[in-house]
Write a protein that binds this ligand. Structure first.
Ligand code: CS2
Length: 494
């Protein structure tokens, strides 16, 4: 049976379906970047809220900005925005639920004006974003907006033809302003520390170039709450799609798999009202900084610390990595010695327990989170997840050996094109060519990879870092046994 509105009540005989009338939902949120994560996290919270508290003003209109979003557009249109959320518990129990909070989906490349109209509609109170770390369009070294981006250049020259998130946001905000409507809140849900502050800084830089009066209005009127978002959501496999068909006779072309854990901490700072998400477990706080730092520097960095050497060694999933004692001890050492000292006290949080929970979550055998997902877009992730930790430790003379080793391993990963079993490794990264080009020069110049200024920024000014990196990269290339080196690096911990 195809998952769609028409078949919903029949599907309801075997699976939980939305209990609310989806046709009466108003769109209160426009969300840019509907992928697995948005659907396991924000859309799930909204679904719960609508279901349990009859909050019908907070339906979601999903938006895809890129041609690459066409597949999501086709699937969600075919399925009337419905999809199955599959929660995988560590003990093997599976919960399936049909989520109904995405009531519309627009593909901006086809209907740009419709997207702008939707954002400018009086019912829209929030525009939320999961556009990935790379989508914010800043230079990692300077932290400034990248005006060299050809899409940005295009939309600055032709404001009526937006391409990036900034072109759309300014067009819609301009419209709201001229219609005397209050602005929407811009709510970033990406894994970037101070995600709201960065979204604000980037949008203002863009808007100032385009229309300085509008920029002044945005500066005064638009709220950009910072937030910490968390739920591990692996890539959906064909196997998951087939299982739904075989076991539940349900044809869902793009279900979402996730872990049971979920967390969302948001600053209570909204320009035009917000859904009462505290009713479904969202934490509203005045300052999210300590939570986001903890999550990004431990969970997200922890993933990369496992995933990059894991891919080189030939582990396929995060669960495979954490079940390998060498990897587990290495990650914990990194967390204990390199991250915990710079986190300081976080009110209400027991960091030791938090780290234990991460090990447990990474060990969930039913999540099968591929190392390829973790390693993808490392050029945008590592400058946010890992490099700042090295920078802080350099200032305080803290330890940097594990994090530096991971950067050296990343160079090897980018260079080799295959793992230590000889199987090919696919690099999924918008900077793939630059990474490969720099990494390919390593054996002629051991620090060639560090010349990627946009990624490593000022790290290369530190002699201590460059020397630790050089030692690590030489060992990795010469020994060709990443696991043995990780073990040796930790010495007496084994
Ligand atoms: C992961 C995140 O992409 C990554 O590298 O660390 O997607 C992670 O699974 C989520 O942030 C969990 O909340």
């Amino acid at each position: 049976m195809i998952l769609n509105e028409k078949n919903l009540s029949a599907i309801g005989a075997s699976l939980p379906i939305p209990k609310y009338k989806r046709s009466t939902l108003k769109t209160g949120i426009v969300h840019i970047g509907v992928g697995g994560f948005h659907r396991s996290h924000q859309a799930f919270y909204l679904h719960r809220l609508i279901q349990e508290n009859t909050e019908s003003d907070w339906g979601i209109c999903g938006v895809g900005l890129r041609e690459a979003d066409r597949n999501m557009f086709n699937v969600l249109n075919r399925q009337d925005g419905l999809y199955t959320l599959i929660t995988q518990h560590p003990n093997g129990t599976t919960e399936n639920e049909i989520i109904g909070s995405i009531s519309e989906y627009l593909l901006a490349v086809d209907t740009p004006q419709e997207v702008i109209e939707k954002m400018a509609h009086p019912n829209t109170k929030i525009v939320s974003l999961t556009i990935t770390e790379g989508g914010y369009n800043f230079n990692a070294t300077t932290g400034e907006f990248n005006f060299e981006n050809p899409d940005v250049r295009h939309e600055l020259a032709h404001p009526e033809e937006p391409k990036t998130v900034y072109g759309y946001l300014t067009s819609a905000l301009r419209k709201r302003r001229s219609n005397s409507l209050p602005p929407f809140t811009i709510m970033s849900c990406d894994n970037i520390q101070h995600n709201g502050t960065i979204a604000r800084k980037m949008l203002l830089a863009f808007a100032k170039k385009q229309d300085s009066e509008l920029a002044d209005w945005i500066e005064k009127e638009v709220a950009f709450p910072n937030s910490m978002v968390d739920r591990i959501t692996p890539v959906t496999t064909q196997e998951v799609i087939s299982d739904l068909k075989d076991v539940h006779n349900l044809e869902d072309q793009w279900p979402v798999v996730c872990e049971p854990f979920i967390q969302w901490v948001v600053e209570d700072n909204f320009s035009n009202g917000r859904p009462p998400l505290e009713k479904v477990g969202v934490q509203f706080v005045s300052d999210v900084t300590p939570y986001e730092k903890m999550k990004i520097r431990l969970l997200n960095a922890g993933h990369s610390v496992l995933g990059i050497p894991g891919a080189i060694h030939g582990h396929l999933t995060i669960n495979d990595c954490i079940n390998d004692k060498v990897f587990a001890v290495f990650m914990r050492h990194f967390m204990d010695e390199e991250v915990t000292p710079i986190l300081g006290e976080i009110e209400g949080i027991d960091i030791e327990k938090y780290k234990d929970t991460l090990t447990e979550r990474f060990s969930n055998p039913n999540i099968k989170d591929g190392v390829s997902r973790i390693c993808s877009e490392s050029s945008a992730k590592l400058p946010k997840f890992l490099i700042p930790t090295i920078e802080e430790n350099l200032k305080t003379r803290g330890q940097i050996k594990c994090a530096t080793f991971i950067l050296a391993a990343w160079c090897y990963y980018s260079d080799m094109g295959k793992n230590e079993n000889g199987l090919s490794l696919e690099i999924i990264d918008s900077q793939k060519e630059q990474l490969q080009k720099a990494a390919n020069r390593t054996e002629a110049n051991w620090t060639a990879f560090l010349n990627l200024q946009d990624i490593f920024g000022k790290l290369t000014d530190s002699q201590r870092f460059v020397s630790e990196y050089t030692t690590a990269v030489q060992l990795i290339y010469k020994r060709k046994n990443i696991r043995a080196l990780m073990k040796e690096l930790l010495g007496s911990s084994f």
